[in-house]
Design a protein around this ligand. Structure first.
Ligand code: C2E
Ligand code: CA
Ligand code: CA
Ligand code: CA
Length: 271
């Protein structure tokens, strides 16, 4: 363990040990897990706040490991990013989400999360084009969710990739808005179709003047520059009411539905 040099302190921390263990497991296991169909997508409804209708579903990745049980994305995606296993895994997510959405009778959109690593190493526009072609899904029904982490690295190449993706006809949403550093600058630099306001702001709605003011301003700002807004993590009627009054266009959260492996047939029919 000493030979590990600067990183050797890690060996004395049980958490780090678990991390190292899981990381090794993931590296060895990913190809097998993909082939063995251990990954599944759960879908969470996205609701139009003006009509109340379900306009789309966000695909959220789950790993049903045979021995470890259900592993949540917060645990394995950072590791998959470190090892770049996120590239083939992300390609599976894209293809699977497009294929499943192509069979939804209501024609709702599907939102897919992308990792910064997929931009750096994944030939993303052609990967997306292939997923659309294989599934027959109309490009307008695919929304790609990125965080500003994507924009931090190599901005020229990233902006070019984002423009290429929009040219395919898919839409781009900026995820977790408000949690990063220079968010307003990013809104100016790239024409997102949608901004998703982070759950940390929504959580305090109605109980914090600051959160109320921030959320209201973000909604107004986005409206002024022609970007739709989705509130994340909406759990209460009160939050919903404040958002609707503020002009927020869409919402997602446990109030409307938890991520689920099976989508309610009624939700699929309406559009
Ligand atoms: P995210 O993109 O911000 O997704 C929203 C997360 O909030 C999901 O957690 C969802 O289950 C949770 N959530 C939704 N509504 C509520 C609510 O009302 N209350 C609370 N407390 N939580 C709510 P999940 O599914 O564990 O995913 C965590 C993160 O993992 C995602 O955050 C996303 O960053 C990442 N992720 C998930 N699937 C993928 C994927 O296919 N690819 C990539 N690159 N990342 C993914
Ligand atoms: Ca997301
Ligand atoms: Ca989010
Ligand atoms: Ca998040």
């Amino acid at each position: 363990a000493k030979a590990a040099g600067r990183g050797c302190f890690r060996y004395y921390e049980p958490e780090m040990n678990a991390h190292a263990q899981l990381r090794r497991l993931l590296q060895l296991d990913l190809q097998r897990a993909l082939k063995a169909n251990e990954f599944v997508l759960h879908y969470q409804p996205q609701v139009d706040l003006r009509t109340g209708g379900v306009t789309g579903f966000e695909a959220l990745l789950r790993w049903h490991h045979p021995e470890r049980g259900l592993i949540t994305p917060e645990r394995f995606i950072p590791l998959a990013e470190e090892t770049r296993a996120i590239v083939p895994l992300g390609e599976w997510v894209l293809r699977q989400a497009c294929a499943e959405a192509s069979r939804w009778p209501g024609g709702q959109k599907v939102a897919v999360n992308l990792s910064p690593i997929q931009f750096a190493h994944g030939h993303l526009p052609s990967m997306v084009a292939t997923a659309l072609r294989l599934s027959g899904l109309a490009p307008a029904r695919l929304e790609l969710e990125i965080t500003e982490m994507v924009l931090l690295s190599d901005t020229e190449a990233t902006l070019a990739a984002l423009h290429e993706l929009q040219a395919l006809g898919v839409s781009i949403a900026l995820d977790d808005f408000g949690t990063g550093y220079a968010s307003l600058g990013y809104l100016q630099r790239f024409p997102f179709d949608r901004v998703k306001i982070d759950r940390s702001f929504i959580r305090r709605l109605g109980h914090s003047r600051e959160s109320d003011a921030i959320v209201r301003s973000v909604i107004e700002l986005c409206a002024a520059i022609n970007m739709a807004t989705t509130a994340e993590g909406v759990e209460t009627e009160e939050q919903c009411r404040i958002l609707r009054a503020g002009g927020c266009t869409a919402a997602q959260g446990y109030l409307f539905g938890r991520p689920s492996a099976t989508i309610d047939a009624a939700a699929l029919q309406q559009s």
